[in-house]
Ligand binder design. Sequence first.
Ligand code: GLY
Length: 349
Amino acid sequence: MKIVDVGVGGGYNVVIGRGLIDKAGELVHGVLGDRRLAVITDDKVDALYSDRLIRSLESARYETVKFVFKNGEASKNARTFIDILEFLAKNHLCRNDAVIALGGGVAGDIAGFAASAYLRGIDFVQIPTTLLAAVDSSVGGKTGIDLEAGKNLAGAFYQPKLVICDPELLKTLDHGAFCDGCAEVIKYGVIKDEKIFNMLNDPENLDIESIIARCVEIKRDVVVFDEKEQGLRQILNFGHTFGHAVEKLSNYKVSHGSAVAIGMAMIMRACVLDGKCTSGYANKLEELIKKYDLPTRTDYPAEKLYEALLSDKKRKGDHITLVVPGKEGEACLYKAELDEVKRLLIAGL
Ligand code: GLY
């Protein structure tokens, strides 16, 4: 078992280990003590893991209630958010009760946001069941929902009290969903630790527990300095600026991981032309991305991508802060005028 302590929001542990879902009751009890718990999950994860989780919680003498929503990004909206709040109220959860978010990014984001809003904030625990949620969304306190106008446009920075990550749960992920998470893992390699590339070298023999722990440590080291994304935290957006444009143009049919993979490859190619990183490094990254059956190119034309990029919530007036790679395992923030962003986008296609 590995433990990463995250010193934000009062501080919490990310506990990573095989079989931990069956110890969730004692782990939660060690942090929260006696409470009533509301488990929030989607129908797919519910069929796989709710019973095991609830058995473990009940063996620690927890009284639980459960809210299940339809799986998929389409559920991460105001309607489901309100339904969760109404459910918490109808079940008389009070200030010292807590929410357990069981699932991938959608469950973690919406349940965390509901926990932040219900009675002006009750505690919550994240139990991620996808690689993407394990290495990214379950840690760092970004919670929220999508609006008609775009993804994640309403939410709160609200840290969990505990994250329980059981890598065994990733076994039920389909290949595409697993590879999606690998795009985020590769991202950590580029921004902070080139050793991650070696850890990913053999897809058939991954030490997934160590990979998750290393990614969480990197995220922790960023978030403790900049919880609210005023500066350094933007480094976690490597590949996301061009990636989000692809995701948006596809009407979210291109998955987040695939879009990030394309975005990472694009900015690398652009940076090679600018002499910011070597072609050897860019090729190495592309090869790694392809090893996980992720795309490195898009057919969308530059004009359309640029238009989509202008509506990115990370744009500030006439500039966008890009994350640019340098040496292996090192990247920096680069505040670029929109013309410059367009030039790099075209260069990266
Ligand atoms: N997913 C990037 C962040 O949490 O800041």
